[in-house]
Design a protein around this ligand. Structure first.
Ligand code: NAG
Ligand code: NAG
Ligand code: NAG
Ligand code: NAG
Ligand code: NAG
Ligand code: NAG
Ligand code: NAG
Length: 486
């Protein structure tokens, strides 16, 4: 009977995680770009495309011999056609176009101005042979240019793959304004080159955009799958499944756990809360980032294992605390054995701090050992070890693109682990410890927590007006985004 119950329990715990693993079991950070965010990204993309596009010199040289009534054949040429400025007046984006997983971007009614060199030569083989040549500069105005682009967006081994699938550019109208004395030849010129220049502009812009998407893709491929946090830890930003299209928004799941930089040890198994991460209807801003508490606990694990959750305290706001004299009436045997000696505290965590996120706050329990050491004639003598359990509550905060935190003590508990100076009662040192925790330990911890770690967003983007929302076992950030360039 017991084995059956055991089996059912195991089955209950294994199966849900098993089905989930097909989707996103190891994704502890999810990002949701809302419709507003998608449009913002599209605008940035178009802006970047335009500024990298112009000035753009068309490779073609146009030459034609045109027969003009009475005058005869004239050789005409246009070269160095250069696109200077492109303006896009309206654009739109469709995600998951026709359920193909493709993204389609349409920019319509775009305008552009171009310049070019023109020239002509005319030979008269008549009674008085002569040759006329001239050259000059012309400006071309392109009106009503439509660009359609379909981009494939696929999941490819931990990252996204972009591919330009279809790219078309259609110019409705071009107007050529010749500077100089070509007015008599104007119509001939337009007839000769108008169509060619138009299709050269169309194909050059299409090629350039295709090239731009390929460049963007190779940039994506070079993005690291781990973002360094400091010299101990990095954040695993590996994408764990394909982008999820939901109406006009797009969701991404990344692993999001901290890993040790040195050891390369794969982080231990964390269990993710099954509740939905960020849901689009509730997201008013451009970007939603949801972080499972496993993210923070993996950080706690990594720093603990790297032995960095240790602290030697030699200075405190009231230095008299670190002299046996101050302890004279509290622990008389300490003073008796080491009168007027300086002391220091050797604090280490006995387990990685475990953090729990509730819907109204975060709480952390910290298990630490505090070794009291006496500094006696260059000798460091450990005299006692007190186990200190601090229950703290905290909140998260965002500074620039970093998520940091702050903790406050709720309660603490002391017990003597060992002592070389005999037993002493913990209630005797309680008020001393309270002062120490409040004035030295917490400020120290908070100075380290404040900076936090970088949130996984692309370089060149900054969070704006970020709000934090706590859910059971998750922190959600709802934020707008600005582009500052990279
Ligand atoms: C093309 O035109 C630009 C400006 O109109 C000029 O700076 C450049 O020298 C020209 N190139 C050639 C090969 O004529
Ligand atoms: C979606 O599919 C329909 C029908 O096949 C087609 O007419 C339409 O052009 C497609 N939309 C896009 C943006 O490709
Ligand atoms: C682009 O827009 C700016 C500002 O609206 C305008 O000054 C410029 O002439 C436009 N250029 C073209 C090529 O339409
Ligand atoms: C294109 O338009 C911009 C802005 O109106 C202007 O500064 C530039 O001189 C124009 N270039 C040509 C070649 O017409
Ligand atoms: C084209 O025009 C520019 C002036 O805008 C001039 O500097 C350049 O030499 C010309 N190129 C040719 C090949 O005539
Ligand atoms: C990073 O995350 C991916 C996807 O979850 C996982 O396969 C990989 O092992 C992780 N890397 C480390 C160093 O933990
Ligand atoms: C602090 O105490 C631990 C024993 O818990 C010891 O291994 C470590 O060396 C001490 N640190 C220093 C700096 O003395």
């Amino acid at each position: 009977m017991a084995t059956i119950i055991h089996f059912i329990l195991i089955a209950l715990f294994i199966f849900p995680t098993h089905t989930l693993s097909q989707s996103n079991d190891d994704g502890f950070v999810s990002l949701l770009l809302s419709e507003k965010g998608v449009n913002f990204a599209k605008d940035v993309l178009i802006e970047q495309a335009i500024s990298s596009l112009a000035p753009l010199q068309l490779p073609q040289v146009f030459k034609k011999s045109v027969r003009i009534p009475i005058i005869g054949n004239i050789n005409m040429g246009a070269s160095n056609v250069t696109i200077y400025q492109v303006n896009v007046s309206s654009s739109s984006i469709t995600l998951n176009n026709n359920n193909t997983g493709e993204i389609s971007i349409v920019a319509s009614g775009a305008t552009a101005n171009l310049s070019m060199n023109w020239s002509y030569s005319y030979h008269s083989w008549g009674f008085f042979p002569f040759e006329i040549t001239d050259q000059g500069v012309a400006s071309i105005q392109v009106e009503g240019m439509d660009v359609k682009l379909n981009i494939g967006l696929e999941y490819d081994g931990g990252t996204l793959k972009l591919s330009p699938l279809k790219c078309g550019c259609l110019v409705k109208d071009i107007a050529i304004i010749l500077d100089g004395g070509l007015s008599w030849l104007y119509q001939g010129f337009i007839n000769a080159f108008g169509g060619q220049i138009r299709s050269a502009v169309e194909s050059t812009i299409s090629d350039k955009i295709r090239e731009g998407i390929l460049k963007l893709d190779s940039l994506l491929q070079t993005l690291p799958k781990e973002v360094p946090v400091d010299d101990i830890a990095s954040l695993n930003v590996t994408l764990v499944n394909k982008p999820l299209f939901e109406g006009s928004s797009i969701g991404l799941e990344i692993n999001g756990l901290f890993t040790a930089k040195e050891s390369g040890v794969v982080s231990k198994y964390y269990h993710k809360n099954l509740e939905s991460s960020v849901n689009s209807p509730s997201l008013q801003k451009m970007l939603g980032i949801s972080l499972d508490q496993a993210v923070f606990n993996s950080a706690s694990d990594v720093y603990f294992k790297a032995d960095s959750l240790r602290w030697i305290v030699e200075k405190v706001p009231d230095q008299s605390y670190l002299n046996t004299n101050r302890w004279r009436y509290i622990v008389p045997q300490l003073y008796k054995k080491y009168p007027n000696d300086n002391m220091r505290l050797n604090i280490s965590f006995s387990t990685p701090p475990f953090l729990k996120i509730h819907s109204d706050e975060i709480d952390v329990t910290i298990y630490s050992d505090m070794i009291i050491e006496v500094l006696n004639d260059d000798e460091i003598i450990p005299v006692a070890c007190i186990s200190v359990i601090v229950k703290a509550s905290g909140y998260a905060k965002i500074t620039e693109n970093n998520l940091g935190g702050h903790i406050d003590m709720e309660d603490f508990d002391l017990s003597l682990k060992w002592s070389k100076i005999g037993n002493f009662h913990m209630h005797l040192i309680e008020s001393l410890m309270r002062t120490f925790i409040k004035t030295a330990a917490l400020p120290y911890a908070n100075s380290r927590l404040t900076k936090g770690f970088p949130l996984p967003i692309f370089r060149g983007f900054t969070l704006q007006n970020a709000d934090l929302i706590y859910r059971r076992s998750k922190i959600m950030i709802s934020t707008d985004v600005g582009f500052t360039g990279s």
